[in-house]
Design a protein around this ligand. Structure first.
Ligand code: MG
Length: 381
């Protein structure tokens, strides 16, 4: 098993659970990064004694540097710092759980530094596409999914036949807090209602993405890139209980699923210990106690983000970076109370249809598409 990890985004939901798993497995931590939560980051630094800590926001980094003068941890800031944390000499694995496409350059940097990557930052693959997967292939490193659905598919694919024989991927979706509602009923929903997820405890950005089903749209794109499957061969089924985390279907119509209680420590641990498995403090699954599992078709009309992501994937080029950039902006504006819930889907759809598409050859092309998409959203609000 690996010994040392670098955790990008260590103060978020996945980051803190990753440190729980690291404790459980007895791993050491060589780098920790946060956007701005320096109080929690300081506690983590005092516990794990990493060589490097990074705070994305410059002024907060200066504050932390002052607060931990008595430790041996070096403090860096900004994208440069994140990239350095992704390239740590002593890291056997880089777990990237930053939020948003800010994780793109660190992921590519980790691949180029020949580090195996556990990826919780789906926006990296959605925005970066082939630039990321090509960098991973060139370096021959592992790109291990942490997202629960993608971990499920990855687990189902262990022992796949040599002729592949894969027919389709089936992603499960909880449906979020607004499952079954009409557009009319969603017109006036509040941020608080959207943040009330039925099954998973997650950060604010992804919880809103889950309510708008943008999260599932991003996950379709993520799955297409991770498993090299055509978007039309990826189905979504709403499964309210979040017990089946996803499925694969072979050409003989045999379907294989991965199940477990909804707890991210399972996919996090599997990404870290792959291909081995170790005991985990996560609760056992009791199917008899759950009683029944339910399944529904997703509502592509009400949840426009889902449709926009499928279209962006089909369009290729930087269209998925545009969908993602527009959503990052719209998601934030909704949380700030500046737009209504349904406008998220309208803005993402509008950006995919109107912001010019092109074939990216370098990271700058992706960053430009992202900026144009955000600008499109801001101009309309
Ligand atoms: Mg997921």
């Amino acid at each position: 098993m690996i010994q040392t990890i670098s955790v990008l985004g260590s103060t978020g939901s996945i980051g803190t659970q990753t440190l729980d798993v690291a404790d459980q497995l007895g791993l050491s931590v060589c780098a920790l990064t946060a956007a701005r939560n320096i109080e929690l980051l300081e506690r983590q630094i005092r516990k794990y004694k990493p060589a490097l800590a990074v705070v994305f926001h410059e002024d907060k980094a200066a504050e932390l540097r002052n607060n931990i003068k008595d430790t041996d941890t070096r403090v860096l800031a900004g994208m440069e710092g994140l990239i350095e944390a992704a390239r740590m000499e002593s890291a056997d694995l880089v777990l990237n759980s930053v939020v948003g496409m800010v994780g793109l350059q660190p992921t590519i940097a980790a691949a180029e530094a020949k580090k195996d990557i556990a990826l919780a930052n789906k926006e990296t693959l959605v925005a970066g596409g082939d630039l990321v997967t090509d960098a991973v292939k060139r370096s021959g490193v592992k790109l291990l999914p942490v997202d629960s659905e993608h971990s499920a598919i990855f687990q189902c694919l262990q022992g796949a036949p040599s002729n592949k024989a894969l027919k389709k991927l089936i992603l499960t979706a909880s449906g979020g807090p607004f499952f079954g509602r009409t557009r009319e009923e969603l017109r006036d929903v509040t941020v608080e209602q959207a943040l009330n997820h039925p099954n998973w405890s997650m950060g604010a950005k992804i919880t809103i993405d889950s309510a708008s089903m943008m999260n599932k749209g991003l996950e379709i794109i993520e799955a297409a890139r991770l498993f090299e499957v055509d978007g039309d061969d990826i189905d979504v089924v709403v499964h309210r209980e979040s017990i089946i985390h996803s499925l694969i279907e072979y050409t003989d119509n045999s379907v294989i699923a991965q199940l477990g209680v909804p707890d991210m420590r399972i996919p996090i641990q599997y990404a870290i210990t792959y291909p081995e498995r170790y005991p985990s403090p996560v609760a056992e699954l009791s199917l008899a106690q759950i009683g029944k599992l339910t399944f529904f078709e997703p509502d592509y009309e009400t949840f426009a983000c889902l449709t926009a992501c499928k279209r962006a994937l089909r369009m290729g080029g930087v269209a998925t970076a545009i969908a993602n950039g527009a959503n990052e902006e719209a998601n934030m504006l909704f949380r700030q109370g500046k737009i209504r819930f349904l406008e998220i889907g309208e803005l993402v759809t509008g950006a995919v249809d109107s912001v010019p598409n092109m074939t990216p050859t370098k990271v700058e092309d992706i960053l430009l598409a992202d900026r144009l998409a955000r600008q499109y959203v801001r101009d309309r609000v």
